[in-house]
Every structure is written in C-alpha cells, then in structure tokens.
Design a protein around this ligand. Structure first.
Ligand code: GLU
Length: 298
C-alpha cells in the first residue's frame, strides 16, 4: 500500500512561533505513527512579505526542533506556471470573472446594501463581507475597457456557476488523532465569489494549495483550525480541476497567555527568541505536548 504523505507548509513572512512548531511536530508525529512521508512546502506567493532570510530561518528552526523532511522542498514562487495552467482550466469552464473592485469599493457597496435592506450583509468564514457581485455582470466591452486602462484586476470564482457545474454533494473525510475517519459535507457557498487569482500574483492561497497538494501527492493535510473553513472551498476546486481530495485534520491553535491566537503580526514569541533564552528543543516539544526527540540509534 502507498505510504501516506503529510506536509508542513509555512509562509516565510516572519519567524516561526509556537503555533508553527506545534503544526510541524504534529505532522511529523502523524507521519511517524502512520508510516508516512513528511514534506515541507514553502508558501511564498506573497512576494512583498516573504523573504529569503525567513525561509532560511524556517529550515534552521525545524532542524533545531529535530525534524526531518524530504528534499527538494517545493517553493511556490517557482511554480507559478502550474497555477496558471490550473486557472486556465477554470477559465475554460466559464466559471471565473475579472474583478476590478478595490477593498474600499467593496466595503462601500456593502454599507450601501446594508443601509438599503436594513439587514447585515453576509460574511465569509474569515469575517470579510461576501463579494456583492459588482463585476460579475460586466460586459466583455467593459472588461476590455477597464483592462486597457491598466486597472489591476483579480479573478473571482462565480460560485453559483461553479456549483451548477459541480453540484456535489461535496464530501470529504476528516481524520482524528487515532486515524479514525469521518465523512463530512463541504459547503463551498459560504465563501461566495472568492478570489482565485490575486491582482499581484497569478494565483491565490486557495488555488496554489490545492494544486500543490495534488502535484505532491499529499494524502493527509494537517493544519490549524484557522484554515478549517478553507477546506470547503478547496474541496470544490479539487472537484472542478479533477484533483484528488486529501483527508483533513485541523488541529487546535496554540494560544498565548490571554487566550489569543499566536500570530507573526502580533509579534508572538518566536522560536528564535526562546532558543536565544536557552530553551532546548525537548523543552519546546514537551511544552507543546510531544515526547522528547528520540535519540538516534548508532
Ligand atoms: N501557508 C499557510 C500558513 O502558513 C498554511 C497553509 C496550509 O497548510 O494549507 O498558515
């Protein structure tokens, strides 16, 4: 039987914190217990925020923690053509459209609709207002005119059209710590007309992750609960692109002393800092609920 394939997929836009360490160690722990392989993927599509020194620090921190992963490492910024090819397939199906709206324009449109209807406008699982569909009905002439004016645009999935093409039910499997599997229903519609290709790069997190998991043969996705709802959209993209759906496990997030989620943007204590203060890898592993590093056999 083929060995299960796990992956840890950090973004090199800051130093790793305890939340990343937990996710990486949990992937390694699953891989070990399930007789699987562990891959590392560098998710660096955000060309303005990702930096080579953070990538180097990821390798350094993970090695310090005692982790081993297969080489070569897949770096997303080197595979934009793969994402372009996947996007072309969605385009051929007529289920994407160009969106020229700025965030401010979307926010204004939503305020207006809320004022007119007296009802709160629906939000996506990240808390952002669902796209009100302004650009969905642009004519080919209007799109050509706006493009020619040099206005940057993203590409959105036309959720209703996509669901008409792939009505589902969109079933996928979750697995728990013991490998027990449960079948679940994905609800992609909660994302509305999500951005599939950003203005600045030829992909989005959602498209890149789905393409990469398939190309790398990932069978088991282990990541934080903050990405749990993303699976609803990923399962739809997999159906539209004819890609396999891996099994998913979304783990609890590591919280700080006041119960907030750790985040690079909140300057959460990094692994580098605790290393600098003299912590050992085993202390970090223990603090996160993992057993000490096995001593290498001689
Ligand atoms: N790159 C994402 C992050 O650093 C993880 C994506 C994933 O595991 O699907 O949060």
């Amino acid at each position: 039987m083929a060995r299960p394939v796990f992956r840890f997929a950090p973004s090199p836009n800051g130093r790793l914190h305890f939340g990343h360490a937990y996710s990486a160690l949990l992937n390694a722990d699953f891989a070990e217990r399930f007789g699987g392989r562990l891959l590392l993927r560098i998710e660096d599509i955000d060309l303005t925020r990702c930096r080579p020194e953070f990538e180097a620090a990821i390798y350094d921190d993970l090695t310090w923690l005692g982790l081993n992963w297969e080489r070569p490492v897949r770096r997303q910024s080197e595979h934009f053509d793969d994402y372009r090819a996947a996007f072309a397939k969605l385009k051929e199906q007529g289920i994407v459209y160009s969106c020229f709206c700025s965030r401010k324009e979307i926010a204004d449109a939503v305020v207006l609709r809320e004022a007119t209807t007296g009802q709160p406008w629906p939000r996506d699982p990240d808390g952002a207002p669902l796209y009100p569909g302004t650009c969905r009905t642009l004519s080919a002439g209007e799109v050509a005119h706006l493009s020619a004016s040099g206005r940057p645009h993203s590409w959105r999935i036309d959720m209703a059209a996509a669901l008409a093409l792939a009505p589902g039910p969109h079933l996928f499997k979750r697995f728990d710590k013991n490998g027990e599997e449960t079948t679940c229903h994905a609800d992609p519609a909660r994302w509305g007309d999500a951005i599939i290709v950003r203005k600045d790069v030829p992909t989005s997190y959602h498209l890149a992750v789905v393409v990469d998991d398939a190309l790398q043969g990932v069978t088991h996705v282990v990541r934080g609960k903050d990405l749990e709802a993303a699976a609803d959209l990923h399962v739809l993209l997999q159906a539209l692109l004819g890609l396999p759906t891996p099994l998913y496990h979304h783990h609890d997030l590591v919280l700080d002393q006041v119960g907030d989620k750790l985040a690079k943007s909140r300057q959460s204590e990094s692994l580098a800092e605790v290393r600098g203060q003299g912590a050992t890898p085993d202390e970090v592993r223990r603090r996160l609920g993992f057993s000490p590093q096995p001593t290498p056999s001689t």
